[in-house]
Design a protein around this ligand. Structure first.
Ligand code: ZN
Length: 236
């Protein structure tokens, strides 16, 4: 928009200059035209509101999860907004809110599942702070290992995986670094809600004491501060 506006102004000045030179013979010569604009003006910094951030950016077409979570790609991924009334995103490498955009893309179905579950959880517990969501996938999926910081992920490659941090008993907006910090009742409820929402798997840590249907809820290493939710691929 700024480029167009500048161009219009330049055209206007040029037209005035021609008119002045032709119709007023005694008038002093018009001032030299301003130098041509050769570079675009810097982008205008915007500060979107939380409401705007909560709106998904529409992908070019339906999201697709190609390949496998541990060897795949994401087509037409959707960016999880960095904050909303129901969640905040957490950067597991820099250990801060929000997570970087290039770490929070998923299939539209994954984003919708997170929205639905976390909105319902927040509605049931309006007094609690938002739930922290960690890494999803990269914008086009693919390898997301330790080259991207921290321990990295063996999976998280095709937009079906999301790390969701256990609610803390002290309500602080940090990962629960030790199992003692987890509010186990709330964490169990959040897990149950993802299971009810149709998650294919929810991976939990060895020391969380959480439970669920054995086919879905599985105990693995490195999940004592977050649950890893994997959904089934979208159909089609
Ligand atoms: Zn994970």
């Amino acid at each position: 928009m700024r480029v167009v506006a500048v161009a219009v102004v330049l055209l206007g000045l040029g037209a005035l200059g021609v008119v002045g030179a032709g119709s007023l013979a005694q008038a002093p010569p018009p001032p030299p035209p301003p130098p041509p604009v050769t570079t675009a003006p810097p982008p205008v910094a915007t500060t979107p509101t939380a409401t705007a951030l909560a709106q998904p950016v529409a992908p070019a077409g339906p999201s697709r999860a190609l390949g496998q979570p541990w060897h795949g790609k994401l087509v037409n991924g959707v960016e999880l907004p960095e904050v909303s009334a129901d969640w905040l995103t957490w950067d597991p490498v820099l250990k801060q809110i929000p997570n970087r955009p290039e770490r929070r893309f998923g299939t539209a179905k994954l984003i919708a599942t997170l929205r639905r579950v976390l909105a319902a959880f927040h509605a049931a517990h309006p007094e609690l702070p938002q739930v922290l969501i960690g890494d999803l996938s990269r914008p086009h999926g693919g390898i997301f290992d330790m080259r991207y910081g921290g321990l990295g992920h063996a999976s998280h490659q095709n937009g079906l995986d999301a790390d969701v941090y256990y609610p803390r008993a002290d309500h602080r907006l940090l990962a629960a670094y030790k199992p003692d910090l987890i509010d186990h009742a709330l964490a169990q409820e959040l897990l149950d809600r993802f299971v009810a929402a149709g998650a294919q798997y929810v991976f939990i840590g060895t020391r969380t004491g959480l439970r669920g249907p054995r086919k879905v809820v599985q105990v693995i290493a490195h999940h004592n501060d977050h649950m890893h939710v994997r959904i089934y691929p979208p159909r089609g």
